[in-house]
Design a protein around this ligand. Structure first.
Ligand code: NOJ
Length: 518
């Protein structure tokens, strides 16, 4: 792919790096498109659907892990960082996908999972086989306290973050027991991992999404936390935990950045970092660290003008807006579900895509998919043990036809799709000018014609957000009363049909509109 293409210039006349204003589409590989009928999405399946993604109008794809894995955490338990799991294809398929995506002017970002490996990784197998093996020092093994684990840390999924091995010592796993944490104090770990990055960069990827970017460094001495329900408390009370967002992680990211900068082209890394404040999050994107960090504060904000404005105003650049991903309930459902949730999701799409910066779109959000309500017996996610499974946002894409599996596979899809999704297929929505899909397509096209890196707030009544990105005006009504917004210039797009009174747009509740500013 030629870098600095004409399309880049059109997108970003300021000459800034492509990723600063890119719309990046998250492909949850397992659930996107299945080419071989085994019910699980794969790389050739994505390849077949590249024209769909190019037509949608996104700039890049982020692919979730497709490396060899026992799938205890559906690929976030990596057994070999330099290959492709047979379930998803071959290394040749990966190469072909990267090449063909580039031919469609789509960049490719892959997942890097540095905090832990699979327990089937040869390093961990060697560490288990012999306590004196050097591989043991690449993980975090400790002696217990009496009969119990070394400290009170809890796994993000459920139960203690420690598992005992037959020789009596314990190893740390912040996630599933099948995901032992690496010890980043050990230089061999860093060396190996930077080499893994080089492997994929050599293959032609445009960057990485760095998994658990806040987790690799643990507080010295591994001190107790002192309270239970740690991941819940942390989420609600912003507690700082001795295993997350420690200052030492930044040195690791500087190392990653040096690797990226040693390559030609504008290669990028986005941090999946959970930081208690926007300020601490900003540290991950200092000029010598990663390029972007998902703005989860935006994702978690309720549907409220005050809350969203607060996040937007306090977010630093480079901004990276995100509403959904494979770890959270889909935002149609989070915003209230049903008709209300859908109206808000449509308005949220126009809000998100108007904000200057980069935006991530999670597969299926462009169809307005809600969270699927799955019976317990079909749920597969390890986090379901804590009563908070993520399968409902990972249900395979509905492509066409009137009944499951809606063109996703010729076999039986690994998670069942709700029969009601017949109206939400790509085929059905393509044929409906008022569909969410056509809203995204239009929005992405218009966004490209109005590039901007700065935001200007405009006057609006309470309960609304009104602002401009360059020549594009955006108004969103998050209140419960109709709002009149002064908008000088022609209407470009609205999330619902709306009226105009002179120079005013009449916005009912949960509606957004874009106009061309004069
Ligand atoms: C974040 C990933 O997005 C999630 O799916 C995974 O379970 C954890 N990291 C552990 O790798």
């Amino acid at each position: 792919m030629t870098r600095g293409t004409e399309r880049d210039a059109e997108r970003d006349p300021t000459g800034e790096s492509w990723w600063r204003s890119a719309v990046i589409y998250q492909v949850y590989v397992r659930s996107f498109a299945d080419s071989d009928g085994d019910g699980v999405g794969d790389l050739p399946g994505i390849r077949e659907r590249l024209p769909y993604l190019a037509e949608l109008g996104v700039d890049a794809l982020w692919l979730t892990p497709f490396y060899p894995s026992p799938m205890a955490d559906f690929g976030y338990d990596v057994a070999d960082h330099r290959d492709v799991d047979p379930l998803f294809g071959t290394l040749e398929d990966a190469r072909a996908l990267i090449k063909e995506a580039h031919a469609h002017d789509l960049r490719i970002i892959v997942d890097a999972v540095p905090n832990h490996t699979s327990d089937r990784h040869p390093w961990f197998q060697a560490a288990l086989a012999d306590p004196a093996a050097p591989e043991r020092a690449r993980y975090i093994f400790r002696e217990g306290r009496g009969d119990g684990p070394p400290n009170d840390w809890e796994s993000v999924f459920d139960g203690p973050a420690w598992t005992r091995v037959p020789d009596g010592s314990w190893y740390l796993h912040l996630f599933d027991p099948a995901q032992p944490d690496l010890d980043w104090e050990n230089p061999e770990v860093r060396e190996e991992f930077e080499d893994v990055l080089r492997f994929w960069l050599d293959l032609g990827v445009d960057g990485f999404r760095v998994d658990v970017a806040h987790g690799m460094v643990k507080a010295p001495g591994l001190p107790d936390v002192g309270f239970t329900a740690q991941s819940e408390k942390r989420r609600h009370e912003d507690a700082v935990l001795p295993y997350f967002d420690q200052d030492g992680v930044h040195e690791i990211h500087r190392g990653f950045r040096r690797v990226l900068d040693s390559y030609e082209g504008d290669r990028v890394a986005v941090a999946e970092a959970q930081a208690p404040t926007l300020e601490r999050l900003a540290a991950y994107t200092r000029p010598d660290e990663l390029h972007q960090a998902f703005n989860f504060h935006y994702l978690k904000a309720p549907w409220s003008a005050a809350a969203l404005r607060d996040v937007v105003e306090n977010s630093t650049t480079p901004a990276t807006w995100v509403l959904s991903n494979h770890d959270v309930r889909r935002h149609v459902t989070r915003y209230g579900g049903g008709e209300t949730g859908l109206r808000r999701a449509r308005a949220a799409a126009l809000l998100t895509l108007a904000l200057p910066g980069s935006a991530y779109v999670y597969q299926g959000e462009e169809l307005g998919l809600p969270e699927a309500d799955l019976p317990e017996e079909v749920q597969r996610d390890p986090r379901r043990k804590r009563g908070d499974g993520r399968d409902g946002c990972r249900v395979p894409m509905p492509w066409e036809g009137t009944e499951p599996p809606f063109g996703f596979t010729s076999g039986r899809s690994w998670l069942p799709q709700p029969p009601g999704w017949r109206d939400l297929t790509v085929e059905a929505e393509s044929a409906d000018p008022g569909s969410v899909l056509n809203l995204y397509r239009q929005a992405l096209r218009i966004r490209r014609a109005h590039p901007a890196l700065d935001l200007e707030w405009l006057q609006g009544p309470p309960g609304t957000l009104v602002f401009a990105r360059g020549t594009l005006g955006c108004a969103v009504n998050l209140g419960d009363r109709t709002a009149r917004i002064a908008a000088y210039g022609p209407l470009l797009l609205s999330s619902e049909p709306i009226d105009r009174e002179g120079d005013c747009l009449v916005l009912p509740p949960d509606t957004a509109a874009w106009w061309h500013r004069h």
